[in-house]
Design a protein around this ligand. Structure first.
Ligand SMILES: [Zn+2]
Length: 429
């Protein structure tokens, strides 16, 4: 080991994150995906679609993209130890597949080239923070950037900690104020699912544009108040950077397994279809609605802004969908014509900004039912009219392991989405 590397390893725990200091994880404790393959499996008949349903819930299979109503494919991650079982199942069901990623660990290793400590120091000295949109940053860089903005633009930026995570990390909401009393407001969150790194990257890009490049974004944007939580699940996000790149849930230990799916823990139609009562499952809904401090803090904060919030928007990945309620049932809300019209405007704006096509529809009607998600709660309980979940890029060429050169085009699309929503609510005021 080179002396410089030793120093970095020793220093790492100290600058790890605010709040509780946890020991850093040794390189060899990282979860390895050596030899794991991402398969895109295709059904050609109704019988084969039934087989796809079986496959996506099979033990040992991590389903990245489930079977949607109008789709005939699923994306599944297959580990070497289950490869034989899965391929035998595929063969006997007549399902065909493409190997999209041949060795996931190799993809993970090249996904996110990070800067050297010297480069980071230089950047921080020059800009006052370490944030870029050329790599996926750890939580400390994102929070450091929010602190920098609050200090640099006190006339319109304020930073508030609305609660703390299971492991004691702060939930930091940045408010960008219009400074006009009575302005309509937009809520944006990112990173509710830890492994969806493009989400916090895009949300911080939006923050950057609305603060450091404020004059470029027109009157509608300036007449709106913004509440933005870029990392809703900070424990999971850090864990996905340090230990398991594919971690999804928060880090609440429930018996023998860790993690509650925060996007199944919200208290509207909680515990229904598409969520699990089993703590070891990826969609574990928690022991009761808002059992988790992260989802509970978000719901309290949003309810305290009652009346001013006209938009609830949550960024996820992947699949390129603009989803509106409902998610718990294959029905649409009474005002779905409005949600659908604005959703299509968002899709047009996103396409013009970055060139990717996004599909608009009701979450359960277009994909599959999932109860206890944040968007259903925002619509059904907090009564926020324009409620959307946007699944960012891509459509499964890289999935969660989206290389860094896609950050900027994806983030520009995300910015176009929020500007469309800002124009909409500024006009209907
Ligand atoms: Zn997600």
């Amino acid at each position: 080991m080179k002396p410089l590397l030793v120093l970095c390893v020793l220093l790492a725990p100290l600058r790890a994150h605010e709040g509780r200091i946890t020991p850093d994880v040794a390189e060899d404790a990282r979860v390895s995906y050596e030899g794991s393959q991402l398969l895109k499996v295709t059904a050609r008949t109704e019988g084969q679609k039934e087989a796809l349903h079986k496959l996506q819930d099979m033990e040992g299979v991590d389903t990245w993209l489930r079977l949607a109503i109008n789709s005939s494919t699923v994306d599944v991650l297959v580990k070497p130890e289950t490869a034989d079982k899965v391929k035998e199942f595929l063969g006997s069901s007549g399902l065909t597949f493409d190997v999209v990623i041949d060795n996931l660990q190799a993809a993970i290793d090249t996904e996110n080239p990070t800067m050297s400590p010297e480069e980071m120091e230089e950047l921080e000295g020059r800009k006052g923070h370490r944030m870029t949109w050329q790599s996926y940053h750890p939580l400390a860089d994102i929070h450091g950037y929010l602190d920098y903005l609050a200090q640099t633009y006190p006339q319109f930026v304020t930073l508030q900690t609305i609660g703390t995570s299971v492991e004691g990390r702060p939930l930091k909401v940045l408010k960008i104020s219009s400074n006009r009393p009575g302005s309509p407001a937009i809520w944006i969150d990112g990173g509710i699912h830890a492994r969806e790194w493009i989400s916090p990257a895009s949300v911080t890009y939006i923050i950057n544009e609305l603060t450091e490049n404020r004059d470029a974004h027109g009157e509608a944007v300036k007449n709106v108040d913004w509440y933005i939580l870029p990392v809703l699940n900070p424990d999971g996000y850090e864990y996905s950077h340090r230990v398991d790149r594919l971690w999804r849930k928060n880090r609440h230990v429930n018996g023998k397994c860790a993690g509650t799916d925060l996007n199944r823990n919200f208290g509207y139609k909680w515990g229904g279809v598409g969520s699990s009562r089993e703590p070891c499952q990826e969609t574990f809904a928690g022991s009761h609605p808002f059992s988790e401090p992260e989802s509970a803090a978000v719901s309290s904060f949003i309810q305290n802004q009652a009346g001013s919030l006209k938009v609830y928007l949550s960024f996820h990945s992947y699949g390129q969908y603009i989803l509106h309620p409902w998610g718990y049932i294959r029905a649409v809300p009474r005002d779905h014509a409005d949600l659908s019209r604005v959703g299509r405007n968002i899709a047009t704006a996103m396409y013009q900004a970055g060139g990717a096509s996004y599909t608009v529809g009701g979450a359960a009607a277009m994909l599959y039912p999932a109860a206890g998600a944040s968007d259903d709660w925002a619509k059904g309980a907090a009564r926020i009219k324009y409620t959307y979940t946007i699944e960012l890029r891509d459509r499964g060429s890289f999935g969660f392991i989206l290389p860094v050169q896609y950050i900027l085009p994806t983030a520009r699309e995300a910015l176009a989405a929020v500007k469309t929503l800002a124009s909409e609510i500024a006009n209907v005021r």
